[in-house]
Design a protein around this ligand. Structure first.
Ligand SMILES: Cc1ncc(COP(=O)(O)O)c(C=O)c1O
Length: 360
């Protein structure tokens, strides 16, 4: 087998090795069924057991009560950008959007197709390098939408935004879901494309409060209504079976590694180590404001584009892949999701130290 290298990709991203090993076995035959996991009918007993276990462990790990439905949908997080306003917004209503990056902008752009929006806060003035200190929500919003972690800009909400009581809070948690404990009861809906912290691309986790499902419009095409997926346990049509299977393995991996408390410890150790190095470096500088720094995506620059691209090349040659920053920020981005190993952070710091010694 080819040796695995350190994969800092922002998504699809690194998955836990034990998960991949187990999946490898089950690709040929799921347990002793003689049929591979991707080849089983979604209506058959073997896959239904996979599905039920995935949902049960997701609920256990996330502390998700029966007030919520757990759905496994398709179309990525981007599909939710439209599906949410389609269901919960109308031309005579408005929703609040907290703008902390390109993904929240995109979510808002979809909402204006269906109703009005109010920008409750924005950090666009400084290229989204911080999480706003205050939020000014409107009154009577159909829902409040925010992005808990800004993958591109390396910022993350470390508090629950101040919203009016009884708001239906909707969160795009694509790049930090289950990276730390979460109080699901505060939310109306949480969604996340799987391909960063949960599994492969092609499946989107949606955790939605039961009353919100019923509040959704009834005149939409069947597949666009949450109630369709809820009533049919995500199996109105063929669900992304492999994605659900793998996500189930990742949930079990999270559980056996201390649950969300364990994930937070693991993630803090990695992020603290990397930021501590960056803070004392004479060459590399973090781009996000200190109180807004992400545990998941660490963005940094040298301040010199030529040096940045040289560093990315040197790092790639040293077996550290995916460090090039998003074009809107430039520089570098180290995505260190749940499954990313601490050894990869140490390897990155070692390469940075060497590069710094040569270039300062
Ligand atoms: C925070 C966030 N939201 C949404 C998306 C879009 O996800 P998808 O490609 O699953 O539509 C991404 C992708 O990187 C993201 O990081």
């Amino acid at each position: 087998m080819t040796d695995r290298i350190f994969n800092f990709s922002a998504g699809p991203a690194v998955l836990p090795v034990p998960v991949l090993e187990e999946a490898r076995e089950n690709l040929l035959s799921l347990g002793n069924t003689g049929i591979g996991v991707c080849e089983h009918s979604h209506r058959g007993k073997a896959f239904l057991a996979v599905y039920e276990e995935c949902e049960a462990v997701c609920r256990e790990v996330g502390g998700i009560s029966s007030d919520y439905k757990v759905l496994f949908l398709q179309g990525g997080a981007s599909f939710q950008f439209g599906m949410i306003p389609m269901n919960f917004l109308s031309s005579d209503a408005h929703a609040d959007y907290l703008l902390t990056g390109a993904w929240s902008e995109k979510a808002q752009e979809e909402a204006v197709r269906f109703g009005k929006t109010h920008t409750a806060c924005s950090s666009k003035d400084r290229n989204y390098c911080y999480i706003p200190a205050t939020v000014q929500c409107s009154s009577g919003a159909a829902y409040v939408h925010y992005t808990s972690n800004n993958t591109i800009f390396g910022t993350q909400w470390h508090r629950f935004p101040e919203v009016p009581a009884n708001s239906a809070v909707i969160c795009d948690a694509s790049s930090d879901i289950f990276c730390r404990p979460v109080d699901v009861a505060k939310y109306g809906l949480i969604y996340a494309g799987a391909q960063k912290n949960l599994g492969p691309s092609g499946v989107t986790l949606v955790i939605i409060r039961n009353d919100l499902i019923e509040r959704g419009r009834t005149d939409l095409p069947t597949m666009l209504q949450y109630r369709t997926h809820s009533k049919n346990d995500s199996m109105y049509n063929t669900p992304p079976t492999f994605g659900i299977y793998l996500m189930g393995l990742v949930f079990k991996w999270i559980k056996s590694n201390g649950g969300l408390v364990g994930m937070e410890q693991r993630n803090r150790t990695k992020a603290d180590r990397l930021y501590a190095y960056l803070d004392q470096s004479r060459l590399f500088k973090p781009t996000a404001d200190r109180d807004s720094r992400s545990l998941m995506n660490v963005t940094f620059v040298t301040g010199n584009d030529e040096l940045d691209s040289q560093f990315v090349k040197v790092a790639t040659a040293a077996g550290l892949d995916g460090l090039k920053g998003h074009r809107s920020v430039g520089g570098m981005r180290a995505s260190i999701y749940n499954a990313f190993p601490i050894e990869g952070v140490d390897a990155l710091i070692a390469v940075m130290q060497e590069f710094e010694a040569k270039h300062t």
